[in-house]
Write a protein that binds this ligand. Structure first.
Ligand code: DGJ
Length: 734
């Protein structure tokens, strides 16, 4: 028997050799399988060297047979098979293109034919395949890049566009990826939302015509819709069954995803930066690199696909995804802008008293001429407010250290209030139309990150906080405004570059920040989940899913985010939103990186005792929640109770969270809930934890069952009106 490791090497070799063999064996037809552990995307040239996508799905057992696929497609004008691997426009293709250009001589046609390919093995798991396509009539080329993560079944795809024409070429469209999926019907699960109602799912069958998901907000790209989606093929996939592709843009500015069912009833998928108001002028020799479009595929349902993405994100994308996180106390909802040094020092004591690692000072600590005492002033002036903090942040960091807690701070460095010194000093650093009234979002405007001087300024805000306070242990980076009146004084005649260069400028700053401070935990926030994507998350340890911390709402919001993002990246705070008891609030916040935003001194003795006990339990279980495999057991959308679990890699420990979401008469769990991911051979003790002091669990304290039983029959957590949330710890008994 070959081990998983050996198998992986063999498969990687197959990938390399099949490229070689097919390339040599047939001069005309080149077959390029892009394989991961379970899946394959197969590209093939036609007789005219056009590159087509001929297969996407589970790998074939006999990889030699990839060469046979093209023959199965009818090659004629009326076949309706529109499967270009990167559809150009203005020549023979009359459907939605991946790329549209105006050549230096004004011609608007483009053809792209296969020229070459190269593969770089980055390590045992990761490879980068680059395929070069060229226009036979113009010195214009596109490189299609496929970075595959073999074990995780994840691919990142992007394109690099370059030309050597005699003058500037205008790019009018520039997708990252253009996929072609075959199926007997396609079901799209997409997400809409707004402030406090992020990640609201909708699933519908795709009909002929184009369905577009896009954003034009400039910043806060995910405020109204996320770029993350799922496509089920043949029939809607369930948690454990069915074929499903997950996709998302790794881009924090405007994006666009088109889903087009072609005349042959297959799905063309084109994803990239949004080209709306964004024509890009490309000089000869300049490279235009698109952000990556990310995808994974499973033929075992949505749960399997999400576990692939979660483990990829932990290993390769988010900062320190396999490392630890701090528990914390945040002061936003307990003080808002109304605090001073004494009050904060009390909160530092509360942090210690509660027993969490870090105190996070939120908005309101800066601005002097225009003090930040509300959301209408001060953004841009990042000096401590002398009235509130006469001794500066430094004295708070010192005090925190003396109290044995760490200190973190909130910033919103991309933004400016018109009531600020910065706005008056550098009006040209602000995105706004010169000849129109200003329009504000939360009383603020966006700084022009296309301008390198502004990038330096924004980097300097973070840098000087760390230089002055080397013990600073955490940053919350917020972003509360969209881009109205898009105009940059810096870009001059290239105004249509604004959205793209904004995104690039933002990443320049974040990359600089991470080069200097590689591991400091940082939360990605945008007035809630207005910016949750893997483009930005590569610079952050965690994200803020929503300002809505009402725990019942959070069950749904966290549930949906979890399809795409791992629990370790989800900042979940216990607050006073809603009417649920402290236990329910803590139990819900525990399925992620746990924090609090409450007045600790207002907790009753029983509540504080509960929090202490729950924090101890969290300490025992956090490794499983952060780094284990997540299984969704029962959806809140169709059941009285939501249920999900995390299992460690040895399958020796698990934790099951159960939350009542329907409070109507007699609601609750009437039958056992089947667990998943355990070892059928092992015996486990199931024990209820997170109980109030003195409370007895109705599931008893000596429940020992096999994994086989727990997965076939299940366990009833006995969730009901009197037990609205139940946490079960599952430990192997030897
Ligand atoms: C919006 C964030 O989502 C909140 O958590 C808080 O940090 C406020 N901004 C502060 O203004």
């Amino acid at each position: 028997m070959i081990t998983a490791y050996k198998k992986h090497i063999v498969s990687a070799l197959i990938l390399v050799s099949s490229l070689f063999i097919t390339g040599v064996a047939s001069a005309q037809i080149i077959t390029i399988p892009v394989e991961t552990q379970h899946n394959a995307l197969v590209l093939q040239t036609d007789a005219d060297k056009n590159l087509k996508m001929v297969y996407f799905g589970t790998r074939l057992s006999n990889t030699d047979e990839y060469t046979q696929i093209q023959k199965m497609y009818k090659q004629s004008d009326d076949s309706g098979v529109l499967n270009d691997a990167y559809t150009p426009s203005g020549s023979a293709n009359l459907v939605e293109p991946a790329i549209t250009v105006i050549h230096a001589d004004g011609n608007t046609s483009l053809n792209l034919v296969y020229v070459s390919q190269a593969i770089t093995k980055i390590d045992d798991d990761v490879s980068l395949l680059t395929i070069t396509l060229k226009d036979p009539a113009y010195d214009f080329e596109v490189k299609l890049c496929y970075k595959t993560f073999f074990k995780e079944d994840v691919t990142e795809q992007w394109s690099v566009i370059e030309h050597h024409e005699k003058g500037t070429v205008t790019l009018s469209k520039f997708a990252s990826a253009n996929l072609y999926l075959k199926g007997d019907g396609f079901w799209l699960k997409q997400y809409h939302g707004n402030w406090a109602s992020e990640m609201q799912p909708e699933e519908s069958k795709l009909m002929h015509g184009i369905k577009t998901i896009d954003t034009k907000l400039g910043t806060r790209a995910d405020l109204y819709t996320s770029s993350a989606f799922m496509i089920s093929m043949d029939k809607p996939a369930t948690e454990d069954e069915g074929k499903v592709l997950y996709g998302a843009m790794e881009w924090s500015a405007n994006f666009k995803e088109d889903f087009e069912v072609d005349p042959a009833n297959n799905l063309r998928l084109i994803a990239g930066m949004n080209n709306a108001a964004s024509e890009y002028h490309l000089k000869p020799g300049e490279e235009f690199t698109t952000p990556a479009f990310l995808y994974t595929y499973s033929d075992h349902g949505k749960g399997d696909a999400s576990r692939k993405l979660q483990s990829w994100a932990r290993k390769y994308k988010i900062v320190d995804g396999e490392g630890p996180r701090f528990t914390l106390l945040n002061n936003w909802e307990s003080t808002y802008f109304d605090f001073n040094e004494d009050k904060l020092k009390e909160l530092l004591k509360d942090t210690k008293n509660l027993g969490v690692d870090l105190f996070l000072l939120d908005d309101g600590w800066f601005g002097n001429k225009y003090p930040r005492n509300g959301d209408n002033a001060g953004l841009g002036d990042w000096q401590e407010n002398k009235k509130k903090l006469p001794n500066g942040i430094g004295s708070l960091v010192k005090e925190a250290t003396a109290d044995g807690v760490k200190f973190g701070i909130w910033i919103e460095p991309e933004m400016v209030n018109p009531a600020s010194d910065l706005y008056h000093k550098h009006p040209d650093w602000v995105i706004k139309q010169p000849n129109r009234p200003e329009k504000y979002f939360r009383n603020q405007l966006v700084l022009d990150l296309t301008n390198p001087k502004v990038q330096d300024y924004v980097f300097g805000i973070v840098d000087s906080l760390f230089i002055k306070n080397p013990a600073l242990a955490y940053i919350k980076w917020d972003c509360n405004a969209v881009i109205y009146n898009a105009y940059s004084s810096y870009l001059k005649k290239d105004q249509s570059h604004l959205y793209i260069d904004y995104g690039r400028g933002l990443y320049n700053v974040m990359a600089r920040m991470r080069a200097k401070y590689p591991k400091v935990p940082m939360m990605l926030c945008s007035g809630g989940g207005g910016r949750v994507d893997y483009g930005a998350l590569q610079y952050f340890t965690e994200y803020w899913p929503s300002d809505n911390t009402e725990p019942l709402e959070r069950v749904y919001i966290q549930w949906e985010y979890s399809y795409f993002f791992p629990a370790i990246a989800s900042s979940n705070h216990v607050t006073n939103w809603g009417k649920e008891p402290i236990k329910y609030r803590v139990d819900v916040a525990m399925m992620g990186r746990l924090g609090f935003d409450i007045v600790v001194s207002k907790l009753s003795g029983q509540e504080l005792d509960f929090c202490h006990q729950a924090l101890k339990n969290y300490d025992n279980l956090k490794d499983i929640i952060w780094h284990g495999d997540q299984y969704r057991l029962q959806s809140p959308w169709d059941n009285d109770a939501a249920s999900l679990m995390y299992v460690n890699s040895l399958r020796s420990q698990a934790v099951v969270f159960n939350y009542l979401v329907n409070k109507r008469y007699n609601s609750g769990t009437k039958v056992p809930i089947r667990l998943k991911g355990l070892d059928p051979q092992k015996k486990y003790q199931v024990k209820e934890i997170n109980l109030y002091a003195g409370a007895k669990s109705s599931i008893g304290d000596n429940l020992v069952l096999t994994g086989d039983f727990l997965m076939k029959v299940g366990v009833n957590p006995d969730v009901n009106e009197g037990r609205t949330s139940v946490v079960l710890q599952v430990d192997e008994v030897k």
